[in-house]
Write a new protein. Structure first.
Length: 683
């Protein structure tokens, strides 16, 4: 078993090696590497499968009581400063390793079917492998510096993958938006790391927490300054996990391929923020003001995301705002001190949200057979309906995901969400009210999505509806931006891609086995994994918190309190599902009439609380105006000074060149004139 721990460094290194080999092949032998599509996919998937096996081995060992393992080496030293790098294996690390590797492994298998006809197939797998390696390196990091390095690598990979289809303007702009918004949070994170090091002289998580409390207790450091450093660190998770007010990048990230949406929104990038809060929990828990900020930020974000998801017609955008909402639940749990509840929901959410995103990709794949490669139509739920008859496996797994995220027992989301709501009620009933109401909205918009997509009649062949929805779309010229490892992809002949979009099927079809198999496999944990954290025998909490108080907590379990709290959360979810069925399944309530009656609220939700508009007008246009003013200063002042200096040099040079004629008599005359002028001036 010790050999397994000693070789745990291979977990992030193996997918990194795969990405490097394939990437170098694309750069050096582009056509040959591109032609080896299946071989590259098998190579990348095999490496990640190996890391998944290693991760499960470590989880099994930690579950059975193996002490945490730390392996470091000195990376840099200067005087008294010593910085170590390495890896740590503890319950939190192994949990995240298994979540990341299992979801990434299934996403890669799914990608073989989804990206089968894409010219960038090989490049896509290279990016997937690099992305997985970056996230795995982040979760094994033993200190803040190493976390920050991999934190930025994760951000870079998301930039490449969101902008994977770089010939589409929306994808290129979405990648830039994600990059810029995350830089705001990352700058705060960097300042917070430096501030904590200045105060504690350490980058180690536990050491920072202990020393910070000692400094506060002795009066050497004020609570306000310590809280400022902690909130700056929290800005990093605010951006990465799409919390208010830095949530605006996540829905736009849907412009990337759907497998990336599943990976980013379930197990990697957005989970990194919650993971960092968990790692920094020893620092945050000693600062009540910071914990309140974290809790209220999560609660408001949960409600914000759910309220916007209610009116989204794009199936992927609806799931994106759902992700924002569920991440808010996790952050709120961390803020109220429910460490294990937040991580429990991170685990359950990773599986059912990955399944939901991959299910949406399966739907889009089937719709493209009817409407062609037009994202505006293939992703619009108004063009769908009745897909359960054509795509039964996708429909079944999507229904399982909807039940899980809605908190219906015994699905996984019920146990994790109920634990968060129970903890929020104990900490602050106002937080519970926000979380409870959000649970009802969640059930409503998820079953609105399910009924609109899979029930009723199929609307994809309605020509009038198609023309109406397509009327507002624009034909966008190609732009070249992020992700251009091989810019020639657009001009390369691709025998795997059918260029003829003129012939479409009359009805959608079920996706191939490479896409439906991951859906079926993800459905298993979406149903069963919640039983590891049932409140009356919480093995998950015992694993994450292997302390004696967990046993006492289990012994004091109150069935009456559990039934009341669980009944209220299930009740509000059932109300949401009933409303969705009356509106979108039975047609007994007209949604458009409600929208007309509450037009301001409807428009407020439809326009995403106008955050994007405000940010665009204030920051984007403001920065452009500032840039133009700086350009004017540069052109008129800076360039003017330089041009004036050049003009003066030319004029003086042209004037004085006549005095350099090489004649001694002329030089003597000049000297005589100068002396005479000096004498006259002196007299």
């Amino acid at each position: 078993m010790e050999l397994l721990y000693q070789n745990a460094w291979l977990i992030p290194v193996l997918p990194l090696a795969g990405a490097m080999i394939v990437g170098l092949g694309l750069l050096s032998f582009s056509q040959l590497t591109t032609s080896l599509r299946q071989a590259v996919a098998i190579f990348i998937v095999s490496l990640l499968g190996t890391t998944m096996v290693l991760s499960f081995g470590l989880l099994w060992s930690q579950w059975h009581g193996h002490p945490p393992y730390l392996q470091t080496f000195e990376w840099a030293a200067a005087g008294n400063f010593h910085l170590e790098m390495g890896y740590i294996i503890d319950p939190l690390t192994t949990l995240m390793l298994v979540i990341v590797t299992t979801v990434a492994f299934l996403v890669m298998i799914y990608s073989d079917g989804y990206m089968a006809h894409d010219r960038g197939y090989v490049r896509f797998f290279a990016y997937l492998s690099l992305f997985s390696s970056s996230m795995l390196g982040l979760v094994v990091s033993p200190n803040l510096v190493q976390i920050y390095i991999f934190w930025e690598l994760v951000g870079m990979c998301s930039y490449l993958l969101v902008g994977f289809w770089f010939d589409r303007k929306p994808a290129a702009e979405a990648a830039q938006k994600a990059f810029v918004v995350n830089r705001v949070g990352d700058f705060g994170l960097l300042l917070g790391i430096l501030g904590l090091y200045w105060a504690t002289n350490s980058f180690e998580f536990g050491v920072i927490g202990d020393r910070l409390q000692e400094l506060i207790a002795s009066g050497s450091l004020s609570v306000g300054l310590a809280s400022l450093f902690a909130i700056l660190v929290f800005l990093g998770p605010v951006a990465k996990s799409a919390q208010f007010p830095l949530h605006v990048w996540l829905p736009d990230a849907m412009e990337g391929p759907t497998p990336i949406s599943a990976l980013i929104h379930a197990a990697t990038m957005v989970a990194a923020g919650v993971f960092l809060i968990a790692r920094m929990f020893p620092v945050f828990e000693g600062l009540p003001g910071v914990m309140n900020v974290i809790a209220w930020t999560g609660a408001f974000t949960a409600f914000l995301g759910a309220s916007i998801a209610m009116t989204q017609n794009d199936i992927k955008k609806g799931l994106a705002y759902s992700t924002i909402s569920q991440l808010g639940y996790m952050v709120m749990a961390m803020g109220v001190g429910a460490y294990s509840a937040g991580l429990f929901h991170l685990m359950t959410h990773a599986y059912f949200k990955a399944m939901l995103f991959l299910g949406s990709g399966s739907v889009i794949h089937g719709m493209e057979a009817v409407v062609g490669h037009d994202p505006a139509l293939a992703q619009d739920m108004r063009m769908m309906g009745g897909l359960r008859r054509y795509m039964p496996i996708t429909a079944l797994t999507f229904l399982v995901g909807c039940l899980a995220i809605s908190g219906i027992p015994p699905f996984a989301g019920f146990w994790s969400k109920d634990e968060i709501l129970n903890s929020a009620f104990s900490a602050n009933p106002a937080l519970w009210v926000m979380g409870w109401s959000t649970a009802g909205i969640t059930a409503f918009y998820m079953f609105r999505m399910y009924f609109s997509t899979f029930e009723g009649k199929f609307r994809g062949n309605e020509t009038a509806l198609r023309q109406e929805l397509k009327a507002g779309s624009e034909t966008l010229a190609p732009v070249f931006g992020p992700g251009a490892m091989n810019p020639q992809e657009l001009t390369m002949a691709d025998p795997h891609h059918d260029e003829d979009d003129a012939h479409h099927a009359s009805q959608p079809h079920e996706s191939p086995l490479t896409m439906t198999l991951p859906l079926l496999l993800l459905a298993v944990p979406s149903v069963a994994i919640g039983f590891t954290g049932v409140p009356y025998a919480n093995n998950f909490e015992a694993f994450i918190h292997p302390a004696g108080e967990v046993v006492e907590h289990a012994a004091e379990f109150d069935w009456t309190e559990f039934l009341i709290m669980a009944g209220s959360s299930v009740g509000i979810a059932l109300i949401g599902i009933t409303l969705a069925s009356l509106m979108y399944l039975r047609g007994q309530i007209d949604p458009s009439a409600i929208a007309q009656k509450f037009q301001p609220l409807y428009q407020f939700s439809l326009h995403k609380w106008y955050f994007d508009d405000v940010y665009h007008n204030v920051f984007v246009r403001g920065c452009r105006r500032l840039a133009r003013q700086v350009l004017e200063v540069d052109f008129n002042v800076v360039d003017g000074v330089v041009n004036l200096a050049g003009l003066a040099a030319v004029l003086t040079g042209e004037t004085f060149k006549y005095f350099e004629n090489g004649r001694a008599q002329f030089y003597a005359l000049v000297i005589f004139g100068a002396v005479l002028a000096f004498v006259v001036i002196s007299v």
